[in-house]
Design a protein around this ligand. Structure first.
Ligand code: ADP
Ligand code: ADP
Length: 228
């Protein structure tokens, strides 16, 4: 069984003259454990696709199967439950909580989402921050870190509940080339270690040579899929 199955997905925003067809009839089957690079220029529909495949947004047409759940039929509550349990999401602009320490940015989501008790959450926060190379910075605030370090915190947060699907929307888009390379190395290594499914969007060509599978979308259409 695939991790994610997208069938005939279309998505439009707005209506009439203002209508934008952001995705047009997209079909993708993503296997468990795959490392998929979703490439395409800015505005091609990458974010829209990531939001739909992870149940954050609904398609205008077509079906999404996420880990055997047909997302179309589910209430917002049930979708939120599936996301919090099975999905780790990494953003271009990190989305850390500035008033919380690095440790608390990873610790509190674990507790508040009911993934584990405080003792286990503490152990996991320290373990995952150590695994992204930040054990020595756990008491800092996000604003006291470089961009690359902040993205490492966001990665630790996304992985700490051991999700089976990790989605990253332009995770290197706000980082210089070398820092971005290090973040991609970390994601590739984590994919091999955890066997989770990774879907990473990028408008740069950085990932193309290194991802197991590359999909390109242009103007909302699937232009290339290395698995076909
Ligand atoms: P990418 O992630 O590749 O930059 P997006 O998925 O963000 O592309 O956008 C695809 C297209 O859909 C663009 O034309 C964008 O302007 C449009 N779009 C995305 N989100 C919305 C929205 N909430 N409302 C209206 N148009 C949107
Ligand atoms: P579902 O609703 O799909 O059955 P839950 O999120 O309720 O899943 O629970 C998943 C697992 O996590 C269960 O084994 C449960 O015992 C455990 N669990 C949930 N909340 C806590 C918690 N606060 N502390 C420790 N374990 C928890």
């Amino acid at each position: 069984l695939p991790a994610i199955l997208l069938s005939d997905i279309s998505k439009s925003f707005g209506a009439g003259e203002n209508r934008v067809d952001a995705l047009k009839n997209i079909n993708i089957e993503i296997a468990k454990g795959e490392f998929l690079a979703l490439c395409g220029p800015s505005g091609s529909g990458k974010s829209t696709l990531l939001n739909i495949l992870s149940g954050i947004d609904k398609p205008s047409a077509g079906t999404v199967i996420f880990l055997n759940n047909a997302l179309n039929d589910l209430s917002e509550n049930k979708l939120a439950h599936i996301r919090s349990k099975h999905l780790g999401f990494i953003f271009q602009f990190f989305n850390l909580i500035p008033v919380l320490s690095v440790f608390d940015n990873v610790f509190y989501p674990l507790v508040l989402n009911g993934h584990c008790d405080r003792k286990e959450a503490k152990a996991r926060a320290l373990h995952f921050l150590d695994s992204v190379g930040l054990a020595h910075l756990v008491d800092r605030k996000p604003g006291q870190l470089s961009g690359g370090q902040q993205q490492r915190v966001a990665i630790a947060r996304a992985l700490a509940h051991e999700p089976s699907v990790v989605v990253a929307d332009e995770p290197t888009g706000n980082l210089d080339l070398a820092t971005g390379e290090a973040i991609l190395d970390l994601l590739l290594k984590t994919n091999q270690q955890t066997k989770a499914t990774f879907i990473i969007s990028t408008h740069s060509s950085q990932l193309k040579d290194r991802a197991q599978r590359v999909i390109e979308i242009t103007d909302g259409e699937l232009a290339y899929d290395s698995a076909r």
